[in-house]
Design a protein around this ligand. Structure first.
Ligand SMILES: [Zn+2]
Length: 163
């Protein structure tokens, strides 16, 4: 099953901020953590720390270290996930399990992130690795993809990747 992690509802634009958004229910965040979390969630896609810093200048955050610290704390809280292959971050609408074993699907054009939750994939890895005497310490399964919308916008994308 594929879940879009933080894509905003279509046509919602910034309406989501005017209503009582779900993330307001997230408690126990410092003001800086909340600013970083809400900004990242509001983007509806993955973003790097420096991109976040540029946006957060307006909200009074001026140091990259502050953004990194907040992102780290949010990762520990399970609200933000680090994308290892792109060095970006994606916000979750609610906390995820610490040992999240989903496969991330990252659109390499627009940065949208989905997760693929299929226990068979994890079991396949476990089985094959255990048979060889290996044990998985940490899953960072990430696939670079072209999302539906990017393919629709540019029919050349799909073709180029197949080459
Ligand atoms: Zn895309």
């Amino acid at each position: 099953m594929i879940n879009k992690i933080s894509a905003l509802e279509k046509n919602s634009d910034n309406e989501i901020f005017k209503q009582q958004p779900e993330y307001v229910k997230v408690t126990g965040l410092t003001p800086n953590q909340r600013k970083v979390y809400e900004t990242l969630l509001g983007l509806g896609r993955s973003a790097g720390a420096y991109e976040l810093l540029e946006i957060l200048h307006k909200k009074g955050i001026n140091a990259a270290a502050t953004v990194y610290r907040a992102l780290n704390d949010l990762v520990h809280k399970g609200l933000v996930q680090r994308i290892v292959s792109t060095r970006k971050f994606i916000a979750h609408k609610s906390k995820i399990k610490k040992d999240n074993e989903s496969v991330l699907l990252i659109c390499q054009h627009c940065g949208e992130v989905s997760s693929l939750e299929d226990q068979n994939i994890i079991e396949m890895f476990d089985k094959n690795l255990k048979e060889n005497g290996y044990h998985v310490r940490q899953y960072n399964l990430e696939l670079m993809i072209s999302c539906d919308e990017c393919v629709a916008k540019n029919s050349a994308i799909d073709h180029r990747i197949q080459l």
